[in-house]
Design a protein around this ligand. Structure first.
Ligand code: COA
Length: 261
């Protein structure tokens, strides 16, 4: 994987650890950081040695405190549309990734940071996490899919309140609304919980995990029939070697050895 300027990465035991690393700006997402995310995720799907991803923010104070306000204070109508479409494209690549992606949310996840967290497949927060879409305070609205994903995730009633007031939620409030999978006291514990979940998923058939991503995403795609995608994916599973291995291992009373083929 090519070196990136704003995102630190390392791979250990099949997990790619990404750290958004602009700590002096509370890890705000500037254009270059978004582009780096895009490059990284384009590689994740093709790289067989990466089986899961954890995204977190550098330091203890913020996951990501939003899009970089220095960059979004000078937009015109044309480049504003491009700005939003590019962010939507990058977050859609993350949401569609065939490897499980977990956000470990330490501190502020605001604006584009909240949108990044909810584009990931799962979210584990620390008790000091704060979620919000404060764009209305800037005369803006979310542009990286936040109005859509937040509404899908927690329902219209609470999403409307959060998007219109710009209020922040703490970790327990966010968990109660279904925004989070787990809350842990510290970043270390949140990462350990993410690793525990990813290791369990990594012991399953990799092709099945990718198809589950496609089927869940189809629930929210207006132009797709999710039941049809489920049936097609189910049918594709039975052509895989892992299907033979999984069913045979069960009948032979042994653990399966999946290869992702
Ligand atoms: N874009 C660019 N810079 C940002 C940023 C953002 N989204 N969020 C924080 N920063 C910068 C601050 O400008 C400051 O930089 P400086 O030290 O060079 O002045 C630094 O990060 C630290 O932030 P600061 O505001 O001093 O910290 P705080 O603890 O007082 O407040 C927040 C923390 C998160 C409440 C506050 O930074 C904030 O409201 N950020 C903007 C959140 C937002 O509106 N996001 C949506 C953008 S679309």
């Amino acid at each position: 994987m090519a070196e990136q300027k704003n995102i630190l990465f390392e791979t250990k035991d099949g997990i790619l650890y990404l750290t958004i690393s602009r700590e002096s700006k509370l890890n705000a997402l500037n254009f270059n950081t978004l582009e780096e995310l895009k490059n990284i995720f384009n590689e994740v799907n093709d790289n067989r040695s990466i089986r899961g991803v954890i995204i977190t923010g550098a330091g203890e104070k913020a996951f990501v405190a939003g899009a970089d306000i220095n960059e979004i204070s000078e937009l015109n109508e044309l480049n504003a549309r491009k700005f939003a479409e590019f962010g939507q494209e990058v977050f859609e690549i993350i949401e569609s990734c065939h490897k499980p992606v977990v956000a470990v949310v330490n501190g502020y996840a605001l604006g584009g940071g909240c949108e990044l967290a909810i584009a990931c497949h799962m979210r584990i927060a620390t008790t000091n996490a704060k979620f919000g879409q404060p764009e209305v305070n800037l005369g803006l609205i979310p542009g990286y899919g936040g109005t859509q994903r937040l509404t899908h995730l927690i329902g219209r009633t609470k999403a409307t309140e959060i998007l219109m007031t710009g209020d922040m939620l703490d970790a327990n409030e966010a968990k109660a609304l279904g925004l989070l999978n787990h809350v842990e006291a510290t970043k270390e514990e949140a990462i350990a919980r993410a690793e525990e979940i990813l290791k369990k998923i990594m012991s399953k058939a990799p092709l099945s995990i990718g198809m589950i991503v496609d089927c869940i995403n189809a629930v929210f795609a207006n132009d797709e029939n999710g039941y049809q995608i489920e049936a097609n994916s189910f049918a594709r599973c039975v052509k895989s070697e892992d299907y033979r291995e999984g069913t045979t291992a069960f009948l032979e009373k042994r653990k399966p050895n999946f290869k992702g083929e």
